[in-house]
Structure formats: C-alpha cells, structure tokens
Write a protein that binds this ligand. Structure first.
Ligand SMILES: Nc1ncnc2c1ncn2[C@@H]1O[C@H](COP(=O)(O)OP(=O)(O)O)[C@@H](O)[C@H]1O
Ligand SMILES: [Mg+2]
Length: 359
C-alpha cells in the first residue's frame, strides 16, 4: 500500500513519517500514521476495510460519514466542541471517503489523541462510562432519519432468521455434528416464542451501533471520560435494545465468553446496574416507556441470538468464527446459552433496576 498516494488523495500534503500497525482490531487492518504538517505532527488512522466481510465499502462509508457528520453538527449546535467526541473522516477533492488501490478500499480519519481502549471494563466506573457512551450515541442520533441508512449487513439482528439458519444447518449437517448439538438445538425450539418476543414488540427504528463492545469506545487516558465511539461499520437501523442487550451481554458476564464450566456463567447484577445507570443518563431522555421496558429482554434475545450463531457455525464446520480448538464454537454456544438462561431468570430483577434508574 502506498501511504503517500493515499495521503495526497485525502488532501494531506505533509511528509509521511512513522506508520505503525495497530494490532488490537479483529476485522480491519488499522495503521497509525504520523505526518509532518504545518510545522507540527498530525496523527491519522488509516484502515483497510475487510473486503470479505463488507461487500460494498462505498455504501458502508456513506452510512458512517452521514452519522458522524450528523453527530458533529449536533455538538456544534449545542455549543460543545466536537473534537475527540466523534470520528472525523477525511474526504478527497471529489468528496470521496474511500481510497481504492486496485485491490482494497481504505479510509482515513483523525487519530483521537490521548485516548485508550479497554478489552473489558474492569470497574463499575468504566461500566457506567461504557453505558453512557452507548446511551449518548443513541441520544445524539435520536432524531436522525434511519431511512437514510443502508442495511450493510442484511438481517443482522433478524432473530427469526438466525433460528431458521440454525435449523437449516441441522438439516444439512455436512460434518455429522448435529447429533452432538441436538440438546442445545431443542432448547431453541422449546423457547422460540420467548426468543422472538423482542422482534414482535413493534418498537421504533433507531440508529444502532451493532458492535457496542468496550474496545470500540475511546476513553480519555487520564480521566476515563468517554470520547468517541469507533468501529462504525455496522451502524444500521435497529432497536435500542439491540445495542443495550449486546453491550450488557459482552460486558456484564461474570465469566469470559467461552467459559467451559457453564455452571459459573451468570449475569453480574452489580455490573448491570452500573452499565444501566450510565446508559439511561442520556437515553432516558428520549426512549419511550415501551423501549425502556424492552431493554432487559434485549439482553436475553441477544445472548440467544449469538448462541444460535455459534451453534450454527459449529454444525457447518466453523466457517465464520475463528476457533482456538476443535469444539470452541460449541463451547461458546453453550456458554452463551447458559448466560441467556441466567438472564431469563433475572429478568424481573433487571426490569426493576431499569425502572428504578429511570425514575
Ligand atoms: N480514531 C482513533 N483514534 C485512536 N485510536 C483508534 C482510532 N480508531 C481506531 N483506533 C484504535 O484501533 C483499534 C482498532 O480499531 P477498530 O475500528 O475497532 O477496528 P476493528 O474493526 O478491526 O475492530 C481500536 O481498538 C483502537 O485502539
Ligand atoms: Mg473494533
């Protein structure tokens, strides 16, 4: 990749200095670029968009730039300096936000100074800040017209389709693995109406991040105050409960996602409370009662959905999720299902916590 050509394409005239590959992302290849410009050093991020996951990078970038520009304008209208609070993508002279080098698409945006990411929030303070980051993202985009967004990955949270994909995998059973997963598949069949309940609630369409993990939030390295949400590739129309559920699923589990001792897996209610407190601070301003009442259910739904995806992938021969050992995806599926079962038992308590915080 010719970084100098890329810089010129995006109107960066300075001398390109250090190019450092950042290794903590899983989907795209990320580089930090130092450029000597106007007598000082400017830092940029250059990202190669994963062409196997994202088939149409231009459409994807349209979503990403329209959302980030909207947030920037909104901060300005609130007389808040948007610097470090939202990603700022560079455009070419012709207004293009993707650079194509005959093989891959690249994008370029400003590096957010003095920021850190954390793999998992290890304190209630961080959990509350993570909740705030996601609630604030929803709040800033609450009056964005979701019809302007393209569905870059169709059926991303189509729970019914996730289940039918699982049943289809069982029918196909290309590696003779279905028998081993049968008890788990039966649990999905048995609980189908509960798993599909969120989709039947007729909730409003919102702008959803769709990958609201802790390592997709930039925090200030000194104060841990939240800065910008990153990794915006999956920003699409969806439900507030999708992001809420997925974030709680990944950040409030008492164990790691692939814990093999399923009896240890549970939702940590203290963590849930801290996250919800942060989330509601901003999201409480615009969510309807019905949406607030759907948040806890979202945690159950999203855990079931991910479990179904792991199970499907196990049966189909581990084609989507990379694994560390033979039965990794089956273990992940069971671990998520154990988490979902614990969440289901705790739903009344979780709903009580949400209502108490919303008061
Ligand atoms: N604008 C930015 N400023 C500072 N660091 C960033 C910025 N964008 C990305 N990073 C760093 O790069 C990592 C990977 O970026 P991300 O967009 O999450 O890629 P992936 O899709 O591969 O997960 C992040 O975890 C973060 O550490
Ligand atoms: Mg990421």
């Amino acid at each position: 990749m010719n970084f100098i050509k890329l810089c010129r394409f995006f109107g960066i005239d300075g001398d390109v200095g250090e190019i450092k590959k950042l290794n903590n992302g899983h989907i795209n290849a990320t580089y930090k670029l130092t450029v000597e410009e106007n007598g000082g050093e400017q830092l940029y991020i250059v990202q190669r968009i994963n062409k196997y996951v994202f088939k149409d990078p231009k459409v994807l970038m349209k979503n990403v730039t329209s959302v980030t520009e909207f947030i920037k304008e909104k901060y300005l209208s609130m007389s808040v300096d948007p610097d470090r609070k939202v990603l700022e993508f560079l455009k070419s002279e012709n207004g293009e936000s993707c650079y194509y080098d005959d093989d891959n698409y690249y994008r370029c945006y400003k590096f957010v100074d003095r920021s850190v990411t954390y793999e998992l929030p290890d304190s209630n303070e961080l959990l509350e800040n993570l909740g705030y980051a996601i609630g604030n993202f929803h709040y800033m985009l609450s009056d964005f017209n979701t019809k302007q967004l393209n569905e870059t990955i169709p059926d991303f949270h189509n729970t019914e389709k996730r289940l039918s994909d699982l049943y289809a995998a069982v029918e196909k059973d290309p590696f003779g693995r279905a028998q081993k997963a049968m008890d788990d598949v039966l649990k999905f069949r048995k609980n189908e109406s509960e798993i599909l309940k969120l989709s039947s609630l007729d909730l409003p369409s919102r702008v959803v991040h769709n990958d609201p993990k802790c390592n997709n939030v930039l925090f200030d390295e000194q104060s841990n105050e939240i800065l910008a949400l990153i990794d915006l590739d999956t920003v699409m129309p969806g439900l507030a409960a999708h992001d809420f559920g997925d974030a709680v699923r990944s950040a409030c589990n008492s164990c790691k996602e692939d814990e093999k001792d399923y009896s240890l897996v549970s939702l940590d209610l203290d963590k849930f409370k801290a996250f919800t407190k942060g989330y509601i601070k901003k999201a409480g301003n615009f969510l309807s009662e019905k949406e607030k009442n759907s948040l806890a259910l979202g945690v159950y739904t999203l855990a079931c959905e991910l479990s179904a995806r792991f199970l499907t992938d196990y049966i189909l021969g581990d084609v989507y999720f990379t694994k560390d050992y033979g039965m990794h995806n089956l273990v992940r599926a069971r671990s998520q299902l154990a988490f979902a079962e614990d969440v289901y038992k705790k739903l009344p308590e979780m709903n009580r916590i949400v209502s108490e915080i919303c008061m």
